[in-house]
Design a binder for this molecule. Structure first.
Ligand SMILES: *Cc1c(COP(=O)(O)O)cnc(C)c1O
Length: 381
């Protein structure tokens, strides 16, 4: 095999940058020349462009996705002891902020095919202390938002969407109407970490809400609890997006849908290569009620062969990742007498079988062919 391939990466940010370099460099130069590094015009322009992209909603930029989740819970006035239901199968940030605010994280299992939080499990976990549900739109597609919103309405609960992995995805309601991920619940939270679908060149995040009053409160909390400078109405945090990041995000937002298209083409190619082997390789199930923006392309490898495949791919210089190796309820930091091994069988099974393949906007046909044929070769040997 010819050694012409560039080194295969999980995420190819350099390749992506090369294609938009003139636009990005110009935008960065503009910010540096203006010296308006914090809360400059770029931040306001990005905010209103994202508001428009999301279909008209208040966007409040902040420093990162974890802060967005924390500020959301603060803005909703959640109090120590309040229970917040979230998925056991997610990045720890989701549960971390719940615990940090001395709220009680209540973990529930996920759907085996789509990997998103199970509405049935949410319903069973509700108690008189439950105040909010945090669905995570894992790997790039929406959780079952229509059912989750119905549950929330019946029990009078807030819904905080963690859309760090699914910005740009559409949720499709039974009646056919579409809404962007993160714009359906009480508050949506996202991250602009470099490897996310809309990533900047450092840290960044944002909150979304339709409620103008809540938007004001979120903005105030992100700014040390002040609505008027030096008058602090409540205890807030310092969480802001800087102008250099906003300038990069403005360029990348214009390409976001095209990037999702490239990710979908790569996913289709993987699906096609692997769909004939369901007994050993399970391809990701697509939620028919959502479009998919493939933050990750994640297979389930049966018969305990996942780790062997991973080692083999490594020997072929193909990176792969396990998102996530340990369920939250078995993490040292989140161990709790309420939970034990075996409580969340779907998540536990996923943690021992999932494998994410390289997924980004720059995967070409040759690279995909090399990856898929290498995976298949491992199983036919
Ligand atoms: C990345 C991520 C976060 C945290 O975002 P940061 O910007 O890294 O703080 C939260 N939740 C999920 C599901 C994520 O993937």
């Amino acid at each position: 095999m010819e050694k012409v391939l560039r080194k295969i990466q999980m995420v190819d940010l350099t390749g992506q940058y090369e294609k938009i370099k003139p636009e990005v460099d110009q935008a960065l130069g503009r910010v540096i020349a203006s010296a308006a590094f914090i809360n400059g015009p770029e931040v306001k322009a990005f905010q209103s462009e994202l508001e428009y992209y999301l279909g008209g909603i208040h966007v409040i930029p902040c420093a990162n996705g974890t802060d967005a989740l924390q500020v959301a819970m603060m803005a909703l006035g959640l109090q120590p002891g309040d229970e917040v239901i979230t998925a056991d199968f997610t990045y720890a940030a989701t549960a971390e902020v719940i615990a940090l605010l001395k709220l009680t994280p209540v973990l529930v299992d996920v759907n085996p095919g789509t990997f998103t939080i199970s509405p049935g499990a949410i319903e069973k976990a509700i108690t008189p202390n439950t105040k909010a549900i945090v669905p995570v739109h894992l790997f790039g597609q929406c959780a079952d938002m229509e059912e989750i919103m119905n549950i929330a309405r019946r029990h009078n609960l807030y819904v905080i969407e963690d859309t760090a992995q699914a910005i740009g995805a559409d949720y499709i309601f039974a009646g056919g109407q579409r809404q962007k991920a993160g714009t359906i619940g009480t508050i949506g939270c996202t991250s602009f970490f470099p490897s996310k679908n809309l990533g900047c060149f450092g840290d960044g995040g944002a909150l979304f809400t339709r409620d103008a009053g809540l938007a004001g409160k979120i903005k105030m909390i992100c700014n040390h609890g002040q609505a008027v400078q030096y008058y602090h109405d409540e205890i807030g945090v310092n969480s802001r997006l800087d102008s250099l990041q906003a300038a990069v995000l403005r360029v990348k937002l214009k390409h976001l849908d095209e990037y999702a298209g490239a990710r979908n083409r790569a996913a289709d190619c993987y699906d096609k290569a692997f769909s004939g082997h369901p007994e050993i390789i399970k391809i990701p199930v697509r939620n028919p009620q959502s479009t998919h923006v493939f933050h990750q392309y994640t297979l389930q490898i049966q018969d305990n062969r996942r780790d062997g495949l991973r080692d083999y791919l490594k020997s072929m210089e193909i990176p792969s990742m396990i998102y996530y190796p340990v369920p939250l309820h078995l993490q040292k930091a989140y161990q709790n007498k309420r939970y034990k091994q075996g409580d969340f069988p779907v998540t536990e099974n996923l943690c021992s079988s999932v494998l994410s393949l390289p997924m980004h906007t720059e995967l070409d046909g040759n690279t995909l062919e090399y990856i898929t044929s290498s995976v298949l070769k491992y199983f036919t040997h």
